[in-house]
Design a protein around this ligand. Structure first.
Ligand SMILES: [Fe+2]
Ligand SMILES: [Fe+2]
Length: 173
């Protein structure tokens, strides 16, 4: 089967959905399991989101029509909401609390909604805007990027930002 960036991104959405399902089932006492699952979710989601922001979204935007531009703006805004509010707030909650469970649920709902929108609108449009060869090339580039120091530092910077915001918020609450 030919490589296709859209299939790779959609299968990562699926991976994250499965992890969120497991997270939802945890009790407040399952601190270690919650921490492990959150780590796994971030390990998949953060490189995915960073690469979308750095490569896929800009390439899509260049070729998009008016509806495509709206879908692009919506996706970027959803990434911002997760980055600036949803994820830092989750980290600010004690992992053994109902606050964590509630915020994790919102995180899961946000990501599921976002992923669904991407699949239904952006990816559908992208299938027409990018040739099979281009999608295969993007897929190869994404795989290489995920193993690169550039990816590592983008994810580390993201985690540091979320951590700082979370620390500030837990001081306030
Ligand atoms: Fe996205
Ligand atoms: Fe995505």
């Amino acid at each position: 089967m030919a490589r296709d960036i859209l299939k790779t991104l959609a299968s990562e959405h699926e991976e994250v959905r499965t992890l969120f399902e497991e997270l939802k089932k945890t009790t407040d006492r399952a601190e270690k399991t919650r921490a492990r699952l959150l780590d796994q979710i971030e390990a998949t989601l953060l490189p995915h989101a960073k690469w979308e922001e750095l490569v896929f979204y800009p390439a899509f935007k260049e070729r998009a029509d008016r509806d495509g531009l709206q879908a692009h703006a919506e996706a970027v805004q959803e990434h911002r909401a997760v980055e600036h509010t949803v994820l830092p707030d989750l980290h600010a909650a004690g992992i053994d609390t109902p606050q964590f469970a509630g915020r994790a649920k919102v995180f899961a709902e946000f990501v599921d909604h976002h992923a669904r929108e991407e699949e239904k609108t952006m990816f559908k449009m992208a299938r027409k805007l990018f040739s099979g060869d281009e999608r295969a090339l993007l897929d190869e580039q994404y795989e290489a990027w995920k193993k690169s120091p550039a990816c590592e530092s983008a994810v580390a910077a993201e985690k540091a930002r979320a951590g700082l915001k979370a620390a500030a918020r837990s001081l306030r609450s």
